[in-house]
Design a protein around this ligand. Sequence first.
Ligand code: PXG
Length: 295
Amino acid sequence: MSEQLVYIDGAFYPKAEAKVSVFDHGFLYGDGVFEGIRAYHGKVFRLEPHIKRLYESAKAIGLIIPMAPEEMSNVVIESCRRNGIANGYIRLVVSRGVGDLGLNPYLCPKASVICIAASIQLYPAALYQTGLDIVTVATPRNHPEALNPRIKSLNYLNNIMAKMEAIRAGVQEAIMLNLQGYVAECTGDNIFIVRNGALITPPATEGALEGITRGAVIDLAKKKGLDVREERMSRFDIYTCDEMFLTGTGAELIPVVKVDGRQIGDGGVGPVFQGLLVDFHELVKFDGAPIPGLA
Ligand code: PXG
């Protein structure tokens, strides 16, 4: 295949020339928002909700995106088309843009839009069969009034610190609690448990991003007739649940079999998870915005 092309502010550049300024406030301050999106079978999965979340994140931080949502959708589709990405990962970034060496975002005249269409593999394939062993970490999820976790901002230090704690503890992922001590989410994934037959996930108000994969799983579970609840969750609920799994664009759906050294359920990958995984793989076959020539 020819060289990867990256979209930056209206034009496509070969990977080696795809550069942004060191004065961009996305780089200097983590001032910006982003989306991680998947393409499956020549279609961009749930593109519209991703674009909606991007614009909401931007609005929440007072960032004006210099194009309409429809145009942004076309940037994503065109990035996939030009790079021949039928199955892959798209990173869409809107940064505050170039400014000076001060915090003031009002001195950045124009936000920058960047789109990278590539591939991703987050966890080794074997972990999807055996399940993850994870821990709760001491780093709490950001307070919503400091930096709301519903904003998918370029400032991921809160999650990165938690991820470091997990890795130093010898596992791959971390459960982050909110400041009240209730379960929020993992560093880049939402949390689901199956408890007494119900599928439960913490509500966004407990400090979780409203994940697109989470939304898809909720839709699929409701279609199956499962009792789905967005409910405050404590570690007790996790320790005593029957099944647990994580959802995210990168990870998709991945089972969890051990938390804080405690076996979850019977220690195996559960039937509710397995059913939803099959449904998810079916869903991505048709649910998406077609990429011309690849769909
Ligand atoms: N919570 C957080 C904090 C996230 O960053 C999710 C939940 C899941 O949301 P989606 O919409 O993806 O279902 C995310 C998303 C990576 C990577 O490289 C991380 C995400 C997405 C794609 C790649 O670690 N996080």
